[in-house]
Write a protein that binds this ligand. Sequence first.
Ligand code: F6P
Length: 341
Amino acid sequence: MQIGLLTGGGDCPGLNAAIRAVVKRGLGEYGHSIMGFRNGWKGVVDGDILPLTRDKIRNTLPLGGTLLGTARYHPTKENGGIDAVLQVLEQERIEALICIGGDGTLHAASEVAAAGVKIVAIPKTIDNDVWGTDQSIGYHTAVNIATEAIDRIHTTAESHNRVMVIEVMGRTAGWIAVNAGIAGGAEIVLAPEEPFDMDKVVRFLTHRHRSHASFSIVVVAEGAQAVPGSSFEYTSATGKYGEIIGGAVGAAVSQEIAQRTGFDTRLTVLGHVQRGGSPTPTDRILGSRFGVAAVDAINADKSDVMTALIGEHVELVSLQEIAGKVKTVPAELLQVARALA
Ligand code: F6P
């Protein structure tokens, strides 16, 4: 069988582990051909193909990024995009397609599946916001990177008696902010799930610095929002498909804290550092498990499904059921971050 494979949306560590697993399982166990499409859905539309042989995946397990390349290109949002995808898949005699992506890529995958193409999806995103899976490829590494950054910032915060504001990625979900915040011992975590009140932030910091500390760590998710109607306002820039271009909320929060408390305050926007470099063993293992499961699913004649980590097990969930939903941080976890302030 000829299987297509693509990685779409923002890259993350662990994608190469998944690609490698698809190739090894597909070629070795079943004798399939794996045809990679470069740069996500854009490569499908352009017919930009990289046949994936064993030599292409050699030594890729510890490498960040994606050997197939990726792009923010959504065929569902381009005129005739889905038709162009279907045409190329037919031309290239692709009998099944494995799509590794976040919500945008998976949404397109569900539309292509609805048009009759055999599709198996694999969730990846440092944001960890894909519905239906406990974890997405890339998230574990991003939390590790953000935690290490907070640890490093901690020591300089303490030496200089400063408030350090650290903005992390995550779009409209606060998984990275909350978990790296807890792991790094942040005093305040501002997550999108819980609009924040700047007056309370200022009161908390003022009290803390007056009573027992001379430094503070404030972790801000890039999608954090102030409570509606509050006087504190900022606007984030967005890309072509509505993705947040980071920096705005961190800058606004840090400026406001500095002005209202008088404390020496600095901002670090972690940005794409969170998406780069070598994947953790957890992400390598997750990518490998999802890759094997995706090929096995195709062999079992499954379609319109996504591999998902549910508890200890990798299972298949319906793509139609998860598409368009966002998995946000539960109240219990937000409460832990608050409780450890
Ligand atoms: O979805 C992953 C992510 O890193 C988000 O956390 C962030 O908002 C966005 O991608 C940034 O996108 P880009 O790499 O296109 O700037």
